[in-house]
Write a protein of this length. Structure first.
Length: 430
């Protein structure tokens, strides 16, 4: 029998102080780098691998336009995702050996087809609207006015689809003219998307003629001359002057050397408009590399100490940390001056201003810890755990973030999209 006046405690739902690990970008350097890159190469993203998927989006959008408001049978899929299932099955069922690397969703497609399955929401990508090939290339498709934000055809959609149709012998596709090869393909593709939307899986028979036609006309590495001409003219659009100039300077270069090598190659040739943006990227990357090296050196020192906390005395005596601490004020000043030319020095002060003053190695380390903790706590939705735990008078790196070998100075830490743009220029060479 409960005692009078005694209220028993009740359990409430567990409310974690943080929402997960947050294992990416521990110093919060990437967002600023992305904004700098966007000033030069808007609409292009580093993870875009094949500009031909902009064409695929144009071709698909004409077929799925009337289906956008139809409810999906599985409650989650969209017409564009159904189109992705169909096209990936076409490529991997009919021309698997020729499919180039780097296609979003390709690993999933290979596995499903190898097991005689059909692509659907359960075995495809977890966030297909973002990570499928339409979603990955959507910023460029929208920026080039091929589709709008809802993936409906925009003002340039017909021009690109018409160029593709002319190259691939599909007359009538754009206007869906009956009794033409293109008109028939568009009608059958729309019906295939509708059927797949209704059943929540690729509903095209594995041996259908439609898959063969798509495989023969939509291989990412097989663009025709009209399609290349149209896409190249949009990459060289004078209305986007910095991207236009960067694209011109990148013509004929190899993307294999990475963003840093490409930037160094085009910087001496850049105009007075483009050069300050390239210099700002270069200076910010130099500052980012020093911070990244210092952070990883602390991880390495902590890892070397095993379960024993690494102390400020140890950090302050480390030669690499001392060198980073010595270089940071200069690198910060150079970055600040370069960013001032493009009107972004205030953003640097807000994000990394704590590293501007001259600091001893131990002071720099404590500043790095505080900065990292603040970055992790600010990550959505409710913050992330830091990589280090305070223990006694020092810090211990957590198991997931141990650094087993001494860190080496990196090249550019962040993709600045020049490799992607260079690849697009090579793919659209006349």
């Amino acid at each position: 029998m409960p005692l009078a006046g005694l209220t028993l405690p009740q359990l409430s739902a567990f409310d974690p102080p943080v929402a997960g690990e947050g294992s990416l970008d521990p110093l919060g350097l990437a967002a600023f780098a992305d904004r700098l890159a966007n000033a030069i190469v808007p609409d292009v993203r580093a993870r875009m691998g094949h500009i031909r998927f902009v064409t695929a989006t144009a071709v698909g959008a004409l077929a799925w336009e009337s289906l956008i408001d139809e409810p999906p049978g599985d409650g989650v899929s969209t017409p564009s995702i159904c189109f992705e299932w169909i096209l990936l099955e076409a490529l991997f069922r009919r021309r698997s050996a020729e499919v180039p690397l780097g296609i979003p969703g390709s690993q999933k497609a290979r596995l499903v087809i190898a097991s005689n399955g059909r692509l659907d929401a359960r075995n495809y990508l977890k966030s297909p609207n973002v990570f499928g090939f339409v979603g990955v290339h959507k910023p460029l498709s929208v920026g080039m006015h091929v589709v709008d934000a809802e993936l409906r055809p925009a003002e340039r959609c017909l021009d690109l689809a018409a160029a593709w149709a002319a190259d691939k012998g599909m007359p009538g596709y754009v206007d869906e003219i009956p009794a033409t090869a293109g008109g028939s393909l568009r009608a059958r593709l729309r019906e295939a998307i509708r059927n797949s939307l209704r059943v929540g899986a690729c509903a095209v028979p594995a041996m259908s003629h439609l898959l063969g036609e798509l495989a023969n006309t939509m291989m990412p590495s097989d663009m025709g001359s009209n399609e290349r001409r149209v896409l190249r003219s949009w990459l060289r659009d004078p209305a986007v002057p910095l991207r236009d100039e960067a694209a011109r300077l990148l013509e004929g270069l190899e993307p294999n050397g990475g963003d840093e090598a490409l930037l160094e190659a085009i910087l001496p040739l850049a105009s007075a408009d483009l050069r300050p943006h390239l210099q700002a990227i270069e200076a910010y990357e130099a500052l980012s590399r020093a911070l990244d090296l210092a952070f990883n050196q602390i991880r390495y020192l902590s890892t070397s100490h095993g379960a024993t906390a690494v102390t400020l005395a140890t950090l302050g005596a480390d030669a690499i940390l001392a060198r980073c601490a010595h270089e940071l004020p200069r690198l910060y000043q150079e970055a600040s001056e370069a960013l001032a030319v493009v009107g972004r020095e205030g953003e640097l002060e807000t994000t990394l201003g704590a590293f501007g003053p001259s600091l001893a190695a131990a002071e720099m380390a404590t500043t790095l810890f505080a900065h990292h903790d603040a970055i992790q706590k600010a990550k959505p939705p409710r913050g992330k755990r830091p990589w280090f735990e305070e223990y006694g008078d020092g810090w211990v790196v957590r198991q997931n973030y141990r650094q087993l070998v001494p860190p080496e100075p990196a090249t550019f830490l962040h993709p600045v999209r020049l490799v992607t743009l260079c690849g697009f220029m090579r793919a659209t060479t006349p």
